[in-house]
Design a protein around this ligand. Structure first.
Ligand SMILES: [Zn+2]
Length: 424
């Protein structure tokens, strides 16, 4: 191991007694890299001075990491900016093609796969349809990942770092995933996938990832108290309170779909209970309620078709939308009373039904939430589109890779061939 004399400059607070000298250098250097990469990722573009401030590292540590990352092509200088003191500050950003992440959205009836660069752009995506509530095997998921990987160039493969997965369900601290929509019970998903795909695999709940992305790049940017409500095959929320995302035990805070909204309701829920909000307000259950009223063939219907029928004045569809919107609004008004959000962002299939659901949710909030809260809460629909969970899974994969020794090393390795194929 070659020891650069500069790397002996460390932050005093990073000194860990009991480590031998060489271990300490490696640990501290990774710590510096992690902090610098994390700030660059979160900001898009920044300057050295801003990096020093945001990382709370000393100038020498930041310079050392930047020298390495610029030499390796991982960080790109974008030119100089005139600052007020007459000195020019260099603008820096992460090379968006320095690292890629394979991402998966395990939504049950429509599992989506994607390939996302370090800049957060979804380069490829495809969807693997499954019949409702069929058991999806780990092999299905591994096949989907392999299909994306097979289409990559040798450069893209060489810079693929890890896999991020968004799920709806429950993960034990031992990594066993229970996901009713997939037919999985205590499946050690990350471990089984890592055996098949040879990349580190990281998982987080769907709503957590959507709320995170909306907060970092969507309309909830800079808003400390906001709730992301996502309805598709299930229903869940991600809640920011005073700038912090609520996680709860087993990352299970936000199981909004399984609050009992009507103890007298008989709608069966995937969790095995009745009376849950999700058993009424979720896309498959919108179809189910419409089919029950009309006898329409469920295989030819989507929730979006029911929305259109309601817009065209179809009475059964209007009844379903009134029931779904009413209960959803009632549930959200309880969240408004509990958490006092400034903003509610609607996502998933609610985006397509904005015109139908927003007025019904507003009405319920004004009826059931306390007046000062009801009067000040804004309702918006997410503008991050259908890729929001894939972007969130990539953000998770990046953040977790910083903590994974081999993955961090891969991100910080020299780029030998550029995306165009030319030698560096
Ligand atoms: Zn339930």
């Amino acid at each position: 191991m070659e020891v650069n004399i500069n790397s002996i400059i460390w932050d005093a607070k990073e000194w860990v007694f009991g480590y031998n000298h060489f271990q300490m250098i490696a640990t501290v250097s990774d710590y510096w890299r992690r902090k610098v990469l994390s700030v660059l990722y979160g900001r898009g573009t920044t300057t050295r001075a801003e990096l020093v401030k945001a990382t709370a590292l000393n100038t020498a540590s930041v310079s050392l990491v930047l020298r390495e990352l610029i030499d390796f092509g991982v960080v790109q200088p974008l030119g100089k900016l005139n600052s007020s003191g007459g000195r020019k500050s260099e603008i820096l950003r992460l090379n968006p093609d320095a690292a890629y992440f394979l991402v998966v959205e395990l939504a049950g009836t429509r599992n989506r796969f994607g390939f996302v660069n370090l800049g957060g752009d979804v380069r490829f995506r495809w969807e693997q349809p499954f019949p409702e509530r069929s058991a999806v095997s780990i092999e299905h998921v591994a096949d989907g990942i392999h299909k994306i990987f097979d289409h990559l160039s040798s450069y893209e493969r060489s810079r693929t770092i890890s896999i991020g997965i968004s799920y709806t369900g429950y993960l034990t601290p031992e990594g066993e995933l229970t996901a009713v929509h997939l037919g999985w019970e205590k499946v050690p998903a990350a471990q089984l996938l890592e055996d098949r795909v040879q990349f580190p695999v990281f998982l987080a709940p769907d709503c957590y990832l959507k709320a995170l992305v909306e907060h970092s790049m969507g309309i909830a940017q800079g808003i400390g108290n906001y709730i992301f409500v996502s309805m598709d095959d299930g229903l869940g929320v991600g809640c920011y309170v005073d700038g912090h995302l609520l996680m709860g035990k087993h990352s299970m805070a936000g199981e909004f779909g399984h609050i009992t909204i009507d103890p007298a309701a008989t709608d069966p829920c995937t969790c095995g209970k009745v009376g849950c909000l999700e058993a009424i307000a979720s896309s498959p259950n919108i179809v189910r309620q419409y089919v029950r009223r009309t006898g329409a063939a469920p295989s030819t219907l989507s929730a979006f078709a029911v929305f259109d029928h309601a817009r065209n004045g179809d009475r059964a569809a209007m009844e379903v939308i009134d029931r779904v919107g009413g209960y959803l609004g009632l549930g959200i008004s309880q969240l408004v009373n509990l958490l006092a959000p400034e903003l509610i962002v609607l996502g998933g299939d609610l985006i397509e039904g904005e015109d139908l659901f927003v007025p019904r949710i507003r009405e319920q909030i004004s009826r059931h939430a306390l007046a000062p809260l009801a009067g000040s809460v804004a309702i918006e629909t997410s503008r991050l589109g259908q890729d929001i969970a894939l972007k969130g899974a990539a953000s998770l994969a990046f953040r977790q890779s910083l903590l994974h020794k081999a993955a961090l090393k891969a991100i910080c390795s020299p780029i030998l061939i550029f995306a165009g194929g030319a030698e560096a």
